[in-house]
Design a protein around this ligand. Structure first.
Ligand SMILES: [Zn+2]
Length: 505
C-alpha cells in the first residue's frame, strides 16, 4: 500500500513538473554586469537621488520605461498608458528653518534638528533666549520665562537627585526629553533648545532624517491656509552650535556645564534676542509608478505582482542621496528578472499566471506608490495571488559583515504554507552559493517599512526580499561602488526561480 502511494506521488510530481516551462536554462542569463549597469545609472549624479516629483525621479521613470519598452510586455492597461500609472500627491515642503541671534544663524539639518515624529513647527518666534542650566524644574524658580525661548543642557546635573533622567542609554544616544520640554512649556516657554552632550550620533541621524523632514508627502489634502503651528518637542543642537548662538566660546560653555553639574544654580548667561522661523510651502506633486504586464497562458489563475521602489531621498543642499542599495539594487533585479521572463515568453515558455512588474514611486515618503496601486489597482486586488517586494539587496547588515551571500525572505504566510514549500524548492533549483534566511511569520509583517505592507493591508500574501540596513543607510554615501553585485545576481536568480514556481503552481 505504502509503495503504491509513493508511486502515485511520484507520478503526480512528474506530471506537475511536466506542465511547467523550464526556467533553469534562463536563470544563468542574469549576470552581475547588467545589474551593475542599472545600479550605476540610477545611482548617478544625473538622477539626483530620485526624489518623488523631482526631475531625477522623472528621469528614473523614463529609464525604467525604456527598459520595459524593449520587452514584449504590455504597457497600456485600463487607463494606464505607456507603462506609467500617473497620480498626484500633496507635499508640505520646508523652504527654510533657522534660529538666529546677533551672534549666529543656525540652519535646520546642518546645525540643529527637531523630533521627526512630532508635528513640525511652522511660523516665526521673536523673543528672548534664556539659559536655564540643566532645565530642571527647580531651575525655573524665581524666573519668568513666559513667552521666551529656553536653552539647557541634555541630561541632568550629576549631583542632582531629581528623578527625571529615565534613560540608561549608552553615551551619545539621545532621546528627545519630553519631560523637560513639558517642564519648559508649563513654565510658559514657547520653545526649548537642548544642548546635546555627544552629537556624533545626532549628526548621523540628522543626515538620515533631513531629506524626509524637508518634504513630507501624503494623499491627504493639506490646508494651505493653515496658520502658525507651535513647537511640540525640543530643538536639539551640539555644543559648538550652542556656543555660537550664545556668543561664547566652546570652552566657556564646557566650563559652565561642569559648574552646573555640581548642582549649583545655573550660571548666568546674558539673555539674547532670538528669532526662530520656519516657512513651508504646499504643492501638488505629480508622480508615477512604472509597470510592464506579462500575460500568462492562464490569466484566470490570477496575477503575481513583483515590486521594487525606484524613488529615493533626493538631495539636500549639495549632497545627493544616491540610493544605490536603497533601492537601485531592487530595481536592477526587477528589470533583469522581467528581461528573463520576456526571453522565456518569446521562446514560447510563457508562465501560466500573469505577472505585473511594478516599479513604484513615493516609498520614502510613506509607501505612497504602492498604496496608490493597491487603492487603484491595474488588476483586481482579489485576483492577486502574491506580491513579491525587493528592497535593499546590495549590501550586508552588521550581523553578517563580510559574509554577504545571504538574503532575508520575509512572508506573512506560515512556515507550513505551500508558499514556503515553493520557496525552498525554488531555492534548490538555483545553483549558486546564496543562503536565503526564510522568516515565514504566519502573521502580519506590518513593520520594517517597505512596499509589501501596502499589499499586505489589502489581504495579499507577500514575500519580502531584504538584506538589512548598514552604515550608509539613508546617507549620501549609499553609492553604486559599494554594492555586492555577485550576491545581487544570486538574489535576482533566486527571486526569478521563486517567481517562476509561483507563476506556474
Ligand atoms: Zn527602500
Amino acid at each position: 500500500m505504502r509503495r503504491i502511494l509513493i508511486f502515485l506521488l511520484f507520478i503526480d510530481h512528474l506530471s506537475c513538473l511536466g506542465q511547467q516551462p523550464d526556467i533553469s536554462k534562463y536563470i544563468s542569463s542574469i549576470t552581475g554586469g547588467e545589474l551593475r549597469q542599472h545600479v550605476t545609472t540610477l545611482a548617478s549624479d544625473t538622477y539626483e537621488g530620485r526624489e518623488t516629483g523631482q526631475p531625477g525621479q522623472k528621469l528614473a521613470a523614463a529609464y525604467i520605461k525604456d527598459v520595459f519598452g524593449e520587452y514584449s510586455f504590455s504597457g497600456n492597461i485600463d487607463g494606464s498608458i505607456d507603462h506609467l500609472q500617473k497620480f498626484t500627491v500633496n507635499e508640505v515642503r520646508l523652504d527654510s528653518f533657522y534660529i538666529e541671534t546677533s551672534n549666529a544663524r543656525l540652519e535646520f539639518g546642518d546645525d540643529f534638528r527637531t523630533n521627526s515624529m512630532k508635528d513640525p513647527f511652522m511660523g516665526e518666534i521673536c523673543s528672548d533666549l534664556v539659559f536655564m542650566g540643566y532645565g530642571m524644574d527647580d531651575d525655573y524658580s524665581g524666573r519668568d520665562v513666559t513667552g521666551k525661548v529656553v536653552i539647557y543642557f541634555e541630561g541632568k546635573p550629576s549631583k542632582s537627585d531629581q528623578a527625571s533622567d529615565k534613560q540608561n542609554l549608552p553615551a551619545g544616544v539621545f532621546v528627545f526629553d519630553e519631560e523637560k520640554f513639558d517642564v519648559a512649556t508649563r513654565h510658559g516657554a514657547i520653545a526649548a533648545i537642548c544642548i546635546g552632550k555627544d552629537f556624533k550620533l545626532q549628526k548621523m541621524i540628522t543626515e538620515m532624517l533631513k531629506p524626509i523632514m524637508e518634504s513630507r508627502m501624503s494623499f491627504e489634502m493639506t490646508n494651505q491656509e493653515e496658520g502658525p503651528r507651535p513647537f511640540s518637542s525640543e530643538i536639539m543642537l551640539d555644543h559648538a552650535s550652542a556656543a555660537d548662538l550664545l556668543g561664547i566660546s566652546e570652552e566657556e560653555l564646557t566650563g559652565i556645564r561642569d559648574k552646573s553639574g555640581e548642582g549649583s544654580p545655573p550660571v548666568e548667561i546674558e539673555e539674547a534676542a532670538v528669532r526662530i522661523k520656519a516657512s513651508r510651502s504646499f504643492n501638488e506633486v505629480p508622480t508615477e509608478n512604472v509597470f510592464a504586464y506579462c500575460e500568462g497562458t492562464d490569466p484566470d489563475k490570477g496575477l503575481v505582482v513583483v515590486v521594487a521602489h525606484y524613488d529615493h531621498l533626493g538631495k539636500s543642499g549639495d549632497k545627493i542621496y544616491m540610493g544605490a542599495d536603497d533601492n537601485a539594487s531592487g530595481v536592477a533585479a526587477l528589470l533583469e528578472i522581467a528581461g528573463v521572463v520576456d526571453l522565456a515568453a518569446r521562446e514560447g515558455n510563457r508562465p501560466a499566471r500573469s505577472i505585473l512588474f511594478l516599479a513604484v514611486t513615493g516609498e520614502e515618503k510613506g509607501l505612497l506608490g504602492s498604496q496608490y496601486y493597491v487603492d487603484n489597482p491595474i488588476f483586481p486586488v482579489g485576483n492577486t495571488t502574491l506580491a513579491i517586494n525587493m528592497d535593499m539587496l546590495g549590501r550586508s547588515d552588521v550581523k553578517h559583515g563580510d559574509s554577504g551571500d545571504y538574503v532575508y525572505v520575509y512572508s506573512n504566510e506560515s512556515e507550513d504554507s505551500y508558499l514556503h514549500e515553493i520557496c525552498i524548492r525554488a531555492g534548490e533549483n538555483v545553483k549558486n552559493s546564496l543562503h536565503p534566511e526564510y522568516r515565514f511569520r504566519g502573521k502580519s509583517l506590518l513593520q520594517g517599512g517597505s512596499d509589501h505592507q501596502s499589499f499586505e493591508k489589502a489581504g495579499i500574501p507577500v514575500l519580502y526580499y531584504f538584506k538589512g540596513t548598514h552604515i550608509d543607510y539613508h546617507k549620501p554615501t549609499d553609492t553604486a561602488d559599494k554594492i555586492d553585485y555577485g550576491t545581487l545576481k544570486d538574489i535576482s536568480q533566486l527571486v526569478l526561480s521563486t517567481l517562476w514556481e509561483v507563476a506556474n503552481n
